[in-house]
Structure formats: C-alpha cells, structure tokens
Ligand binder design. Structure first.
Ligand code: G6P
Ligand code: ZN
Length: 583
C-alpha cells in the first residue's frame, strides 16, 4: 500500500475569496495562481465541524469544465492531509450538481459509508475554458449548498489563512477508470473511490417517475423529442436516461458530449444562448419550412437549470413550475399522496400562487437562491419549487434539477396522452400551457438583463429606484407621463424575507413596484456574475380574461417595459439602450 505524508505549506491570504451561495466563481487565470485554490479548500476544511472532516466521506466532482481535472487532484491530496477518510469522485470528475446532491443523500459505500459533504467544481451556466470561469462550492450533509453561517466562516478564514496541508507524495489518481485506491497516511487509511457518475442519480429518477409510461410516449412515432446539453455534464445523464432507459433515438440528443469549454458557447439554457435547440424547435426565422420536434429541452453546464420548449413554443420557467405543480399528483408517482407545499423566488411570476390558491396548497415566496427552498424542504413544508432563472425542482434533493424537470414534463405529456397514442393528434406542450392559462389566467412575463454594466453605475441605478419609493404619488406621476395606459403603483418596497424555519431575516432582496392590476416590476442585481454588475429587470402582468391570454408576450408587456426602462433611467445610468439578453 502506498504510504503518504502530510506537508504543511505556508501561504498568504488572497483578497476576494468570498463565496456566494453558488460558491466561489472566478476566471481560470485567477484560480491558477499558486495556492489560490489551496487556500480556499483549506479555509473550507477549517470552517467545517471537525467530524465533517476527520474520518469523513466527501464527494468531489463537477461539470467537467476546464481546470476541473487539476482541481480534483489538489482537493484529493488536501483531503488526505486533513484527515478525510475517503473521497468519492465521479468518473472523469463528472457529476451534475443535482447528482452530487443525490449522491450525498442516497449513495451508500460498500462498507456502509455515507458522504457528509461535497466540493462541487462548477461555475454553472458561465462559459468555461482557459480564459473563462471556474468555480467551487461546498454542499452539506442534506445535499444542499452550505448556509451563510458556513460560507461566512470560509470567507473569514480566507482572510487570515497562514498555512494549508497537503499530501504531496500521494500519487495522482486516474479518474478515468472506475476503481478504489487505498492509501495509508499518518491518520490511517485513505481511499479514493472513482464511481459511475450516473448510476445513483438514475436510480433516484426511476423511483420518482413512471419510466414505463414515458417510454410508451417516446416510442410513439408522432412524439418527437430533442434534448440539448449545451456540451455540459447533462449529456451523460441524457444518454443514460433518455436513450438507454427510455429508448429515445440517439439523434434526439444535441451537444451531449461534455466539453471543457462547452464548445466555446455559453452553457445557459435560454432563448439567446441555446441557439441550436431554439432553431430546431422552430422558434427561429423561416421555421415554417420544416417540422420541429414536439418537445425540446436544454440544460446549463452543471445540469441544474432547464428550459422547456414545445413545437415553435417557449414555456416560461415561471409557467413551467406552476404547470408541474398543477399536474404533479396525477402524473408523477412520487407526488401521488399530495404536495406538502409549493414555493417560488420573489422575482418569479405569480403563476404558481394561483395554482397554490386553487389547490389549497401551502405557498412560500422566498428570495432568489435555492438555499431558501432547502430550509422549507428540510422542514417538510415544500414539495415543488421553481425560479424564473430556469430552475425547477422538488424535495427529492436539495438542488434544482434540470433532468428532473424534463422528466416531469415528459410525465405530464405521457399522462395527458395515455389514451391518445393511437389517435391522429397528441396533446402538445402548447395545448397544456394554453389550457393552464385558460384555467388559471396568464402571467405575461419577461426578463431584461443588462450584463457587465459598470458596478458603480448599477449601484446608483438601484439607489435611484429605492429613493423613488419614498413617494408613491411622485412615482405614479412619472409613470403616467411615460405611459398613461399603465395602472397605478400601490406598493413599492425592497423585498425582505423572514425564514419561517430558522427565523433568519434576509434584507435588500430586490426592489419591487406592485401595481393595482397585479402587474409587477422588479429590479435586482445578479449575484452570480464574475465581472462588473448585471442588472435584471423582471416585468409581469396578470390577465385572467380567457379571451386575452393568447397575445404575444413582448407586445402585451410593451407598456410596462417602457415604464421600467424610463423609470429606472436605465440609459442615463448605464449607457445601455438595449438589454444583453431578453428571456
Ligand atoms: C443560481 C442559484 C439560483 C438563483 C440564480 C440567480 O443559479 O442557484 O437559485 O436563482 O443563481 O442568479 P442571479 O444571477 O439572478 O443572481
Ligand atoms: Zn447551474
């Protein structure tokens, strides 16, 4: 057996190693500085309770982006030196973020061991490659991201760190081969288990959904399907689940081989970045010349986000979670005994609220960030939740789950079509959405993103919007000058949330303008960018007259969009006359 020793290395702190809830995200060039990753990893070990390090089992893997392979070897050597008992690595260091959550919660090692945490190597939907982003985040024993108490501690540690520990003479592990390697160090044995990246996750999905009914739908020649992994880690799960388990044609998969640089693209599943899928689904120009698939979906780099499309039809993420919640009990075996409650993030449209009200479900509105859902789920208060930012999920894990969302939609389609597979026409994605609007009303919704804006200018714009809130009559006077056909603002504030489980209060979670007719304008600064600031403007209007729910969304929202841009003085503050991305 190979014996390793522990080396203590002196180091000095780096500035700016403050992890958000989605971890620490920086350019690869920043991460490649000597000791940069080491400092962060040691600061994390130092922030955890001793029993979650010494003798513990940890998962290390991610979306396979550039620098992951180096990072995995460094983390393994530091785990060994810090007294960790074993490290579980997905083959080729690939595990989607939801799969990591599933592995922490579900996987049991041959000797009965369970993981108590994970380092996830991802910058989610940010581009990858030598000049792009890398990221690392720590997830806890419940499978969810580390809470602020831990991330604050990690950050504090990064500012004072003087030393780290590393087993420099531990050989590099061949992570391309399934194997268990056993070593011996000063604190006893240390194992590295390279395991199959998809098995545990697929097993969990099979326990949630009725794969038989989805398989029948996929085998119906009238039902055509397309899945785009945008060269992220979702590809390996898509192959295993959609092709091997459910019998979809391999040609249904687009960009399903993970690449370190995501093929040079931006692995974010939205109408701007998922170009190939959008064109295939007939949402581009001149789409009348061909027959797009009935159903399309995409994922981001680490496969926790999803976009759902029908033939020539976009499903907003806000509608998606509402529709899943409305149909879950009937269509998804995991929810057969009912939903504990549902939740959405504040900027997400109120489509879910209407479903919750109609079905008599507990409902929660939380700040942006998946961790708020995790608390509710741990307390048994929430079964299904979602965000406008293309995140949808349930209490089967503690991360949002891109493949789960697709299986949820396939389950609903399978359920609605169970007696129709031999008929001329299937119930389509568009039929389901339009029927939902007819029943519950429609929340017209759009988001304008202004990316990489000067950080100072973005702050000023936000301060201007907060200042305006001191006089509603003044706000309404300005609005009437911009558009006389927009209703009055009845309430304006900064969203604040008191967690019903732990009582913690989160302030400054976005600026809200709420209108008499139920419309909303919300302004927020993104918490996930790695350069400059990104201003997000969320625009929403409710329509419950069933004869008016079929309008073009951008046209219906035109007046409110104009108000949002002029009220915020977007052009004056940022110099931008158009957003970078519209979803
Ligand atoms: C990550 C989190 C989500 C959150 C999103 C917000 O994806 O996991 O829970 O909704 O970031 O991103 P933003 O850029 O709007 O802060
Ligand atoms: Zn992601």
């Amino acid at each position: 057996m190979v014996v390793f020793t522990v080396t203590r290395r002196e180091t000095v702190p780096f500035e700016g190693q403050k992890p958000g809830t989605s971890g620490l995200r920086k350019k690869v060039t920043v991460f490649k500085q000597p000791n940069y990753l080491h400092n962060f990893v040691q600061s994390t070990f130092n922030a955890l309770p001793t029993d979650k390090v010494k003798g513990a089992t940890l998962v290390v893997s991610g979306d396979g982006r550039y620098f992951s392979k180096d990072a995995v070897q460094i983390i393994i050597k530091m785990a060994a030196a810090n007294g960790v008992r074993r490290v579980w690595v997905g083959q080729n260091s690939l595990l989607s973020t939801p799969a990591v959550s599933a592995v922490i919660r579900e996987r049991v090692g041959a000797d009965g061991s369970k993981a108590t945490g994970a380092f996830i190597l991802t910058a989610s939907h940010n581009p990858g490659g030598p000049h792009e982003d890398f990221g690392i985040k720590y997830n806890m024993e419940n499978g969810g991201p580390a809470p602020e108490a831990i991330t604050d501690k990690i950050y504090a540690n990064t500012k004072t760190l003087k030393e780290y520990f590393i087993a420099e003479n531990l050989p590099d592990i061949d992570i391309s081969v399934l194997s268990v390697s056993t070593f011996s160090g000063p604190e006893g044995p240390f194992d590295v288990d390279v395991f199959d990246s998809t098995t545990d996750y697929v097993k969990l999905m099979k326990s949630i959904f009725d794969f038989g009914s989805i398989q029948k739908l996929l085998s119906c020649p009238k039902f055509t399907f397309c899945y785009d992994a945008l060269h992220g880690v979702a590809g390996i799960y898509a192959k295993h689940i959609f092709v091997e388990e459910l019998g979809a044609n391999e040609s249904s998969l687009l960009n399903c081989t993970p690449k370190e640089d995501f093929g040079g693209g931006h692995p974010d599943p939205n109408l701007t970045y998922a170009k190939e899928l959008v064109a295939r689904m007939g949402l581009g120009k001149s789409s009348s010349q061909f027959e797009p698939p009935e159903f399309g979906a995409a994922a981001d780099g680490d496969a926790d986000r999803n976009m759902v499309l029908g033939k020539r039809f976009f499903v907003t993420p806000s509608d998606s979670v509402a529709i899943i919640a409305a149909n879950a009990v009937e269509a998804i075996p995991y929810f057969a005994s009912g939903l504990k409650g549902v939740a959405r993030s504040m900027p997400t449209s109120a489509a879910l609220d209407v479903v919750a009200k109609n079905l008599g479900l507990k409902f929660f509105e939380v700040p942006t960030g998946w961790k708020f859902f995790g608390n509710l789920m741990d307390a048994g208060l929430c079964s299904i939740c979602g965000e406008e930012s293309f995140g949808t999920g349930s209490d089967h894990i503690r991360e949002k789950d891109g493949i789960w969302a697709v299986l949820a939609w396939l389950s609903i389609l399978a359920f609605k079509n169970k007696d129709k597979l031999n008929e001329d026409k299937l119930v389509t994605v568009e039929d389901i959405v339009r029927k939902h609007w007819a029943t519950y009303g429609r929340h017209y919704y759009t988001r304008y993103d202004y990316e990489n804006v000067d950080a100072g200018a973005a702050k000023e714009l936000m301060a201007h919007l907060v200042n305006l809130q001191s006089s509603l009559s003044e706000v309404n006077r300005i609005i009437k000058e911009i558009r006389s056909d927009v209703s009055d603002v009845v309430q304006a504030d900064e969203f604040e949330y008191k967690d019903p489980v732990d009582g913690s209060v989160s302030k400054h979670q976005g600026i809200r303008y709420l209108f008499v007719d139920g419309s909303r304008l919300v302004f927020r600064l993104s918490g996930t960018g790695s350069e400059g600031a990104t201003i997000r403007v969320y625009i929403e209007q409710y329509e419950n007259d069933a004869t008016k729910t079929g309008r073009d969304s951008q046209e219906a929202l035109g007046p409110l969009v104009e108000v949002a841009i002029k009220l915020s003085k977007m052009k004056e503050f940022t110099g931008r006359s158009a957003p970078t991305v519209i979803t």
